[in-house]
Design a binder for this molecule. Structure first.
Ligand code: SF4
Length: 326
């Protein structure tokens, strides 16, 4: 591993000025960054440890819940406010990684984690995300875990998070702080598609850090479910996952939120399927029709075309669980 400097931050302003310099990265739980540094995929000159900043709070606000960027994944998943008001988020977090990793990983770090594309981690292979212009080993390679939505000719990687899929579904917002002050953006606008510049995973500006996320209050707590389909029951990334949240009144769907993981470079919100379900009865037939609608524009590659069938089946199953049909 390349030698690096280590700095313990005492305030946000110090972090922002430090990370504005090229080669400086934030470290919190380090559950992904340290792996990447050991393998030579990332080689920062300086790490800024932000663990002493007061960003661990999980609190009620006038509009919903606030979760600080340094709240641990385990703490959020077991927090009473989260379990009662946003059980979808608790389920998604518990589906991610292992208990040991969830005890180290933070909410901000979860958002910043990088793809698990094997070519990205193998420095002997071409990868436009790791080394822009070098090519993509996965296109034409072993692409079983890769995207079916929103990919480009430069990169077909997927974002690996479960937590982020739930936050995208729940209309969360992200508060960022940087040299120009604070700003809040929709969670669905935080991560980006690969396009021509897959080296960028998100829309963080230079020198910006994550302060936390806010989840607006909703009526989804009784009918929500996170379904993760993976190669083994624990400690595996999603082949396909679906966050489903329903507001059902008098046997009619008043409101619905749907997002998928394991299918795109960012959490993939299913806006058309949501619109199609509003006003409908919560039946398997309606769920399956919405799931088919969600597949418009999907494209498989040599080894991941099974996702074209697995994805709509996962959406349908998640909705059935959320509605209490199974
Ligand atoms: Fe790299 Fe993206 Fe291609 Fe994977 S899919 S090898 S991350 S460019």
């Amino acid at each position: 591993m390349k030698q690096f400097q280590y700095l313990k931050a005492t305030n946000n302003a110090g972090v922002i000025s430090a990370i504005a310099k090229p080669g400086t990265k934030i470290i919190a739980g380090g559950t992904n960054l340290i792996d990447l540094m050991k393998r030579g995929v990332m080689a920062p000159d300086k790490l800024v440890d932000i663990n002493n900043l007061p960003l661990k709070d999980i609190s009620q606000t006038d509009t919903g819940l606030h979760i600080g960027a340094l709240a641990l994944n385990s703490a959020v998943s077991e927090n009473n406010l989260v379990m009662q008001q946003q059980p979808l988020l608790a389920m998604a977090l518990k589906a991610g990684a292992s208990p040991q990793l969830r005890n180290m990983a933070t909410v901000g770090g979860n958002m910043m984690q990088r793809t698990r594309c094997t070519y990205f981690y193998d420095t002997a292979m071409p990868c436009n995300k790791r080394e822009p212009g070098s090519g993509c080993g996965a296109i034409g390679g072993f692409n079983r875990m890769h995207a079916i939505f929103g990919a480009s000719s430069k990169c077909i990687a997927v974002h690996p998070s479960d937590m982020c899929v739930a936050l995208a579904a729940l209309d969360a917002t992200v508060t960022l702080s940087g040299p120009k002050g604070n700003r809040t953006i929709p969670f669905t606008d935080f991560h980006r598609l690969p396009g021509e510049t897959p080296q960028f995973d998100n829309h963080l500006a230079n020198g910006e850090m994550i302060l936390g996320v806010n989840i607006p209050a909703n009526n989804f707590a009784r009918n929500s479910y996170y379904l993760k389909v993976r190669d083994r029951q624990s400690y595996a990334f999603a082949l396909v996952s679906c966050a489903a949240a329903l507001d059902i009144q008098n046997d009619t769907i008043q409101n619905v939120r749907l997002a998928m993981g394991g299918v795109a470079h960012k959490p993939w919100r299913l806006f058309d399927a949501e619109k199609a379900l509003v006003g409908k009865k919560p039946t398997e037939e309606n769920f399956a029709a919405a799931a088919q609608l969600a597949m418009q524009g999907a494209k498989g590659y040599e080894y991941n075309s099974f996702k074209l069938k697995l994805a709509p089946a996962t959406i349908t199953e998640a909705l059935k669980h959320a509605a209490g049909l199974i």
